[in-house]
Design a protein around this ligand. Sequence first.
Ligand SMILES: Nc1nc2c(ncn2[C@@H]2O[C@H](COP(=O)(O)O[C@H]3[C@@H](O)[C@H](n4cnc5c(=O)[nH]c(N)nc54)O[C@@H]3COP(=O)(O)O)[C@@H](O)[C@H]2O)c(=O)[nH]1
Length: 528
Amino acid sequence: MNDQWTRFWRWCYRPWPLGLLVAVLSGLLLLSGAWHLGSWQARQAEQQRLGALHAEVVRRTSGLFSGLAGHLQALGQQRIEHCDENARQQLRTLRRGMLYVQAVAVRMADGQWCQSLPLPDEQSLQAYKAWQFDSVRLWWNPQQLNASSEPSLMLQSERVQVASSLRYFQDVIALPEGYQALLTDAQGQRMLDYSGLRSATTAAEQAAAHSPQPLSVAGQHVYLRGPGDKNGMRLLLVADDSRLQEATRYYQRLFSVGALLFSVLTGWLAALLIRHEQSLEKALSLALRRGELEVDYQPLVDLQTRRCVGAEALVRWRRADGQRVRPDLFIPQAEDSGQICAITQRVIELVVAEVGELLRTHPQLYVSVNLAAADIAGAAFVEPARRLLREAGVAPAQLVWEVTERGLVDVELATRLLGQLRADGHRIAIDDFGTGYSSLSYLQQLPVDVLKIDKSFVDALGTEAASSPVAPHVIEMARDLGLKVIAEGVEHERQAVLLAELGAQIGQGWLFAKPLDAQSFRAFVEQH
Ligand SMILES: Nc1nc2c(ncn2[C@@H]2O[C@H](COP(=O)(O)O[C@H]3[C@@H](O)[C@H](n4cnc5c(=O)[nH]c(N)nc54)O[C@@H]3COP(=O)(O)O)[C@@H](O)[C@H]2O)c(=O)[nH]1
């Protein structure tokens, strides 16, 4: 089963099948997102469009009302002592100059109304709907909405009345086909339908009037409710949902095309990435065969005496065109593909070949070599290293193995292998110490000789950074455990002095030397 799965995964792990899989999966995900985004966007657009229409209806309505209220005010200046034909003629003349007014009336000193035309009396007004608008009382009769000759809208202030017609609303507001404007009360009951339809309040209207969202959709209609006034009256716009449906389809199609293009691009990028990785893998195999790998040696210096005590071996890849590739560009890939084991073996061979003689003649010197997780799991380097050191006459103590916490995937296995290496006479250093989460727990289990403090903690030394106490703490802990400390990335003299004062024995960094080729390293040893 395991084998089949590995074979299946290998088959999939090719640029185009995997690119296709990525494209299909991301396509499915993005399409469902595009679907939802499309309907959301269409609703937003519809809300904006209806919002603009709503604002226009409100603007025109209030324009009409303020016009009528202005007429009320103008009439208020009229003083009529006797309601005779002359007075009525005067009122009729006045009325003719008032837009949207059918009749006017002024209350005389005796309380009687003098009217240009007979207006509905108090009793018939009982059947009208009523509303107080600041100091103006309003009555209207929705039943007479379409009758332009009937005074279906009455406004009254203290001593004047004007009669108008609701029919004017339809003319002034002029709603486009398929739209309805409803005035509802606080309970969502229809007070007035501007289009003159007589149907009763529907459940959808009531729900829309109370909906937390301004826009709601029910049945085949879209509702946009405006904010209520102090009496709870609000304007509800109703539109056919065909535009919303059309917009939804449009946006869903638009976003789906975008989603499809994006998923194709993602799949294509994934395929390119794998192809690049696989071509890097091939190039690295070729580099190993052609001997394009080189080793640089970064000196390790005694912080008290400033004498060179050894070096860290750092691999380099010089391509056929002479270009040098940085290890952080190919080591992670080599770790993933398993090629790291061949690289480690090559590094050991080069170290012994290039500085074996130096080590033999300077028995106090040592070189450290990095081990990756796959090296620890496979232990393929152990035998070749033993043989090479023996043939070159180099003591195992002069080869230190550096492991990082990343390399300690299986701690039990690592403990066994490192114990064996130590029994052979090698020393073990923990690289980048403190950057992993379980640094302390490793220390109790692993056979370790040296802790290498990561550059980030050396950089933080003496600064306000939260990690500034880490390096002193590690040095103190190493002293208690009888371990040596190497401080990495030392770039400034003050860091070297401070580290020495704190008790770190060895420093590595650009302050002392950058990684050097074998010849320069040999010269460095002679000078330091
Ligand atoms: N498994 C293996 N990993 C290896 C091997 N060779 C290198 N590596 C790992 O690659 C990473 C990058 O290494 P490199 O570019 O060589 O950088 C090293 C030093 O040049 C750099 N350094 C040292 N001093 C300073 C300094 O003062 N300032 C500064 N900015 N950089 C400095 O640090 C790198 C050494 O790091 P470390 O290994 O943690 O001691 C790196 O992770 C290497 O481990 C290999 O053969 N096998």
